[in-house]
Design a protein around this ligand. Structure first.
Ligand code: PLP
Length: 406
């Protein structure tokens, strides 16, 4: 697997006006033309280097798009106002009324709600399947299937998708494989493993400062241009455009993504091992006990680790709530949704980010009410963090009784 993505991002140099080390921000929604013919040509999409209107594209958005394409090793990338803005535009670009999607059943709750509830309005049907079983995915494909959709490591159950196998299935039926790589930027590069379209919620690790909502679609130049087409591009017409000011700030944060991902993964690995030693029910793809561990090892870039997300199942929602409140009180993290922040964030997905999924279905997919999702922060002394977390677990009597907590 290629380790050069961070340097490919750093290699992209953009000088600002007056030689600034950061590119100037395009602070305009519209652009002037010296002659009317060029404006007409730009509308038609065939004038290189001209900007028309910032919902279509802007210099700042294009710079960030280039960095994201370098990250994922795709030809091109479009940036959007949110991760959902990227996901919904891709789905509606690929699918029309009467079409069908095969999707992983464990995906972010908003994506699940969009597919399950919203797409009904357009008569687009979705089969939700166990994505870890390629034969089940193959059996779900129909003549009208227009995409296979999954997350590389799923939210919140951390199931690992076999991207080369899914891509093989897609290719044999000429169906694009769309992968949401929000949980594992740099650790997994889905396009290099065969995915056709890679989506990100930049809101999370890539931006990393929990100060914005943003998204991206990384794909072929042909697909990225089609999304922006003024006549029938879902990105252009649904209007989920990123603001240029924000694109500039996300690009600056991307410059340190490699260092942050290494630290998130290192800290998560340490805590996962320690929680497991305590006899707690911990799920982390870096643990040999994780069913997708071997698969993840085949697909990831070792220097970026297994990612910054782990889950602990403390069985009941009451216990989960008590533990999260205590940890927040002890400044070990914030009881908050989202992920990829410098501070550890924790939430109970069944009651929050996956609450769009009906309780029955949550049970079926193994999403227990006492499951806590942790996005592990950039703590400098993770041993100290663990000792303090252990004290919280101990104070609430959450670790199994047979465990001697030293
Ligand atoms: N994809 C995943 C895996 C997510 O976790 C989220 C949000 O939590 C999204 C997509 C949606 O992104 P956004 O909130 O930026 O719209």
């Amino acid at each position: 697997m290629d380790h050069n993505a961070p340097d490919s991002i750093q290699d992209l140099q953009y000088f600002g006006e007056y030689g600034g080390v950061n590119p100037s921000i395009s602070d305009s929604s519209t652009y002037t033309f010296l002659n009317a013919k060029t404006m007409f040509d730009t509308f038609e999409g065939n004038t290189e280097g001209c900007y028309l209107y910032s919902r279509h594209s802007s210099p700042s958005n294009l710079y960030l798009g280039e960095a994201l394409a370098a990250l994922e090793g795709t030809e091109s990338a479009n940036v959007t106002a949110s991760g959902m803005g990227a996901i919904t535009a891709v789905i509606l670009q690929l699918c029309s009324s009467g079409d069908h999607i095969v999707s992983s059943r464990t995906i972010y709750g908003g994506t699940y709600a969009f597919m399950k509830n919203f797409l009904k309005r357009f008569d687009i049907e979705v089969s939700f399947v166990d994505i870890t079983k390629p034969d089940v995915v193959a059996a779900a494909i129909r003549p009208n299937t227009r995409m296979i959709y999954c997350e590389s490591v799923s939210n919140p159950l951390l199931e690992v998708a076999d991207i080369p196998a899914l891509s093989g299935l897609g290719k044999s039926s000429e169906i694009p494989l769309v992968v949401d790589n929000t949980f594992t930027p740099l650790s997994i590069a889905p396009a290099k493993l065969g995915a056709d379209i890679v989506i990100h919620s930049l809101t999370k690790f890539i931006n990393g400062t929990s100060d914005t909502v943003a998204g991206a679609v990384c794909a072929s130049t042909e697909f990225c241009l089609a999304l922006k087409d003024v006549n029938d591009g879902a990105g252009m017409l649904l209007g989920s455009t990123m603001d240029s000011l924000r694109a500039a700030s996300v690009l600056k944060n991307m410059r340190t993504l490699h260092l942050r991902m290494q630290k998130h993964s290192e800290n998560a690995m340490y805590l996962a091992k320690k929680f497991e030693e305590l006899g707690m029910r911990v799920v982390y793809p870096g643990l040999p006990s994780h069913p997708g561990h071997e698969l993840m090892k085949k697909q990831f870039v070792p220097s970026f680790g297994f990612g910054g997300i782990l889950t602990l199942d403390v069985k009941t929602l009451d216990k989960a709530n008590a533990l999260m409140e205590l940890m927040q009180k002890d400044s070990l993290g914030y009881l908050a949704v989202s992920l990829g922040f410098y501070k550890t964030l924790f939430s109970a997905p069944g009651a929050s980010t996956s609450s769009e999924i009906p309780e029955e279905e949550q049970k079926e997919m193994g999403l227990g009410e006492g499951l806590i999702r942790f996005s592990i922060g950039l703590d400098s002394n993770i041993e100290r963090t663990f000792l303090r977390m252990k004290a919280c677990v101990q104070a609430l009597g959450i670790a199994p009784e047979h465990t001697v907590i030293s």
